[in-house]
Design a binder for this molecule. Sequence first.
Ligand SMILES: [Zn+2]
Length: 395
Amino acid sequence: MFYPQGGGQRYDVGKINGNQVEEVQKHSGAVLHRTPNHDLKEGKSIKGVVNGEKRKQLTQHHSTTHMVNAAAREELGEHIYQAGASKKLEKARLDITHYEKPDQDTLDEIEGKVRETIQEDHKINVLEMDKSEAEQEYGFRIYQGGAPPGNTIRLIDIEDVDIEACGGTHLTQTSHAEEFIVTGCKRIQDGVVRLEYKAGKAAEEYISTLLDIYEDSKEILEIDRPLNDEDKRQEVRDLAKVFSVEKKDLKKTLERFVEEKKDFRDKRDRLADFLEIEERESPEERKPASLSEAGELLFDQRMFYEKRVEKLESRIEEYVEEKADEDTVLEVPTENIGLLIQVTQKLSSMKSARITLIGDKGGVSASENNLDAREPLKERFKDVQGDKGFAKAFN
Ligand SMILES: [Zn+2]
């Protein structure tokens, strides 16, 4: 009655006479139930209760796996075969024989086909058949999970959709899968592509997580547009693509980008002030129409300000050179101490002067004449390292 680990389907859990069954495995023809704490004795009658909720979830994942296989075959071609499968509680996957990772549109088609199969409510029949008879009638395609031993085989027939030999637990109607969503796809080896998906409650939970991600993203990006749930999911998918991250990482990625954009803009403004350069405000004005457009804009803005900071930093030397005389102390709004070291050393020898530059993270001083390089830094920093020629101090 308990389904043991097999055919890629996870074992059932539940109770035998009130004792927790934690694992069920098939071993040399017997089904072994692991119950760590039990009072079972030989000859005693037992009552087993399978955890129905978990069984249902595994069954939904198993039946939808057959539907995914059929949908992939319909969408990608007759060469599609099952190379492996796994049906766990939280997710399921099917490895198929295909040469390249299908694009998003194709994955959407596969997802749509499975959802359609669920909505159309096909009957799922379990047939016991003579093996050679089944092979003659349906071909060798019935052996998606490999040919089982024995003369009779058990076939799972999803009417008008798919038929294959299988020993797993199955729904009686496709509509019992309730919900379905493709969650991922990757090429796992030469000629094998892995499709990941969820059905039933696992799918519902995943979808509600996606909608939460949508709400979070919309708030961070300050976009408000009335959308249905399907479009919200699509927006989340598009947005994740913009940043090349997993959907679950979107919120923290967006927060990081907002933070970094502000940071770079601030640095740019301070540098521009210091260098007495008029900065054009730039890409702030674009008005995004969708979440992914807002994401692209944020991405571009962050890049823009970072590039501006780099550009302005490259002009520090020229500016300091213009200002420098025999003993120059300047506060430079940059964290780039490496750059300050380079500039002070070069300019002090070029101008035979003492150049002291104090950045955000510390300061450096270099002197060509016999001036003590440590002196100008001493007032501000406790630990000044160096001597007459060169000194530095860090915050
Ligand atoms: Zn199966």
